[in-house]
Design a protein around this ligand. Structure first.
Ligand SMILES: Cc1cc2nc3c(=O)[nH]c(=O)nc-3n(C[C@H](O)[C@H](O)[C@H](O)COP(=O)(O)OP(=O)(O)OC[C@H]3O[C@@H](n4cnc5c(N)ncnc54)[C@H](O)[C@@H]3O)c2cc1C
Length: 397
């Protein structure tokens, strides 16, 4: 039998596309290399699945902003909410970040799997190895048994996350075989390793509100809870700027309790517990003790806070607002998304159809589009799936 459509990859974008196609009565096959569909989605949002976000502007996506914009304009966060409502999922709005009401990612994954109509066949545990163009259909070679389909959607995702035991490059190889170029792939939304900071002490486990910025371009800056790790820094603000960093990039890390050194010193100076106390005892009331121990020299810690000049106090506090160099980025296994993918000018943004391979569509993270942290990557997976499925529906019906 020749399917109307074969979808390579049963992740967020592939399964969403299959739901749209199945609802339009189009004979569809999903081929997934893992033993289950939407496996990665179960781990998203710390197990809660932040599936979309009501805020959207030109900085929400990196890589090809044009492809992202085209997809989001066709299917936005409200469409995602309606889509999940139609699958029986109630949603929770947390300041514009949307989660399933249950706060459980498996509510989303079960709803997606249950939302596949009987027009959709699913083959799991099978790696797609090659796509052969036979003129009016594609012959799809897998690790066991082959399939045929008139149209193909490549939804093979990226390299981020550690959930895939199988070859994470195979999707890109299929696309290269079809003539596509893949831009440089790099982990994004990931932990950043720092040179001096990580040598100072083991700060792992400390969580502190702060900000991180690129020294060369302070417009690349993010605020929020920073998680300190054995080798550097992590957490949402760090994820947001990790995409712009490379080994040796200079970053400014502000772990001050307040915005500036001055505000922090003024707070300490005005505190009623000043008395005759040491610098150390003043600081541990404001910062995690391990941070004070690791960042402040021993001889300074013992000084009487009250005996210092205002400038000396500012200098001490500046240790919590420092510039460091990046020694590396955590690997793809710890990253949430892949920077890079299929070159955007090889894809038609109005249909997500390949400009190089007949009747092939590419959607989701396999493309050179990466979203910021906050539901943007899943939203792009669903939006690009919608655009491709819609184009196919128009062509086939
Ligand atoms: C820890 C973590 C947390 C995240 N949290 C969030 C979040 O809260 N919100 C958000 O928006 N995004 C989040 N993301 C990102 C989001 O999960 C991805 O961007 C999204 O799943 C991409 O969808 P996709 O369909 O393109 O790829 P995937 O969901 O990765 O699916 C691709 C599928 O293709 C299969 N495949 C690949 N090659 C082949 C082949 N040759 N043959 C057969 N099958 C193949 C893979 O096994 C996989 O199942 C998170 C990612 C991680 C790793």
């Amino acid at each position: 039998m020749i399917y109307d459509v074969a979808i390579i990859g049963g992740g967020a974008s592939g399964v969403a596309a299959a739901i749209f196609l199945g609802n339009a009565n189009i004979r569809t096959l999903i081929i997934e290399q893992e033993k289950e569909l939407v496996k990665k989605v179960k781990k998203t949002g710390n197990g809660r699945c932040n599936f979309t976000n009501s805020y959207y502007d030109e900085d929400s996506y990196r890589g090809s902003k044009e492809l992202a914009d085209s997809a989001i304009k066709a299917f936005n966060y409200e469409d995602s909410i309606k889509f999940f409502n139609s699958l029986g999922v109630h949603v929770r709005d947390v300041d514009g970040y949307y989660y399933p009401y249950t706060n459980r990612a498996d509510t989303i994954t079960s709803a997606m799997i249950n939302g596949l109509s009987d027009k959709v066949d699913v083959i799991i545990d099978r790696i797609v190895l090659k796509l052969e163009d036979k003129g009016d259909y594609y012959h799809i070679k897998t690790s066991y048994k082959d399939f045929d389909a008139k149209k193909v959607i490549v939804a093979t995702g990226g390299k981020a996350g550690y959930f895939f035991k199988n070859n994470d490059e195979q999707g890109y190889n299929l696309l290269k075989d079809l003539g596509h170029s893949i831009t440089k792939l790099q982990p994004a939304l990931t932990e950043v390793y720092l040179k001096a900071f990580s040598n100072a002490a083991d700060f792992s486990g400390i969580r502190i509100r702060g900000s991180v910025s690129l020294v060369d371009d302070i417009s690349k800056s993010a605020k929020g809870e920073i998680q300190l790790t054995k080798k550097g820094i992590s957490g949402i603000p760090v994820f947001q700027i990790s995409r712009y960093l490379d080994v040796n990039s200079a970053v400014k890390v502000n772990l001050l309790a307040f915005e500036t050194e001055k505000e922090t010193v003024d707070f300490l100076d005005n505190s009623s517990c000043k008395g005759d106390r040491s610098v150390y005892s003043m600081l541990i009331g404001l910062f995690d003790e391990r941070l004070v121990k690791g960042l402040i020299d021993d001889d300074i810690k013992e000084l009487k806070y009250g005996s210092l000049t205002y400038e000396e106090k500012l200098e001490i506090i500046a240790n919590f607002n420092f510039i460091d160099r990046v020694s590396g980025l955590a690997g793809f296994d710890k990253a949430q998304v892949t920077k890079g993918g299929v070159k955007a000018d090889e894809i038609d943004g109005l249909s997500f159809k390949s400009k190089l391979a007949r009747d092939v569509y590419v959607i989701g993270e396999a493309l050179d589009v990466d979203g910021t942290c906050g539901g943007y990557n899943l939203q792009f997976a669903f939006s690009s799936a919608f655009v491709a499925a819609n184009d196919i529906i128009k062509e086939l019906l």
